[in-house]
Design a protein. Sequence first.
Length: 174
Amino acid sequence: MLVFVWGDRAHSAAAKVYAFGGKPSTAYDIRKNGVLYLKLASTAKGTLIFASDVMAGTRLDFVPNAAPTPVAPPPSVPSAELDQNYPNPFNPTTRIEYRLPERSPGAKTHVSVVIYDVRGAKVRELVNGEQSPGKHAVDWDGRNDTGETVGSGVYFYRLRTPQFADTRKMVLVK
């Protein structure tokens, strides 16, 4: 038998959940600011998941173990790739490289490369248009869309296509 016990600071009584299936082989507590918000425990019969979220409420799920069903691997679909910028940290410019796969002969892909600050605000749009498959590179000079130099700090760059999106972090040091 597996027993989960938890409580919060607002209530003095702790809550208990009992799950049958034997001694847990693994158990994980994930806390934020000292408050339990995710607990996982695996048993011979399955995995018990307790999750508590202020916005979504509290959930308890049990995922039973099942015999694996043979499934053919999905066909390999070429994906775009986003590399880490270099240099990083940088001053005053950095290069961002990425590759676009060939979806069909001669077809172009709509691509955007955008720089964001740590608050998620758009700083600069470097690319927004159709591009051919292959390797591409774009330089960022540490300026925003209006041409003003931005301050030192952490920035994020995002590559987006209709089939792919990835984000990386970079640091501008002055």
